[in-house]
Design a binder for this molecule. Structure first.
Ligand code: SF4
Length: 171
């Protein structure tokens, strides 16, 4: 067998600069719905999410917001539009026996889980989330390029916010 000599280029590559998921990450949703239930969390919405969901219900934007959404504090002076929850803290669209009632039109935040900045920031953040999610670290391998694409999409799809600080009052 031919022996190879390591290229000098390798000394310029610092592996610690690479994201921990360079070799991809395993995930397949088991449809356990745990991320949709029990705990109060925010499902933030973008304009595109709102369009899709209002269209699915056959109602106007404003009616959808009034019926199914609420504003939640985000940072001082800013609040974000989020889906409502039921009294037991399940997502308003989660139903026993059926699961997510709007699965095809679900918000991007739901579609991209667990490939969020906060979860893919480090191996420890990923593993901590995996303690609550049986689909992580098993199932399909998602390559780095796909993960980067999802993270980019999440960063670019602007969440609906209102500024109500001293200079605010504008959407
Ligand atoms: S919209 Fe659907 S997928 Fe998203 S949290 Fe609610 S029930 Fe879960």
């Amino acid at each position: 067998m031919k022996t190879r000599t390591k290229s000098p280029i390798l000394k310029y590559i610092n592996m610690s600069d690479m994201p921990f998921y360079s070799a991809g990450l395993h995930f397949s949703c088991t449809r356990c719905s745990d991320c949709c239930r029990h705990e109060g969390g925010f499902v933030f919405l973008s304009e595109a999410d709102l369009d899709r969901l209002a269209e699915r219900f056959g109602i106007e934007y404003g009616e959808f917001v009034q019926t199914w959404c609420r504003w939640v504090p985000y940072t001082p002076g800013r609040r974000r539009l989020s889906l409502r929850e039921k009294a037991n803290l399940d997502c308003i669209f989660w139903q026993e026996g059926s699961g997510c009632l709007v699965y095809e039109e679900r918000p991007l935040q739901c579609k991209t889980f667990p490939f969020w900045d906060s979860v893919t920031a480090s191996k420890s953040a990923w593993d901590k989330t995996a303690e609550q999610c049986p689909g992580m670290n098993s199932g399909s391998l998602h390559p780095k390029d796909e993960i980067d694409g999802l993270l980019k999409q999440l960063r670019e799809e602007l969440i609906i916010e209102q500024n109500f600080g001293p200079n605010g009052g504008k959407s």
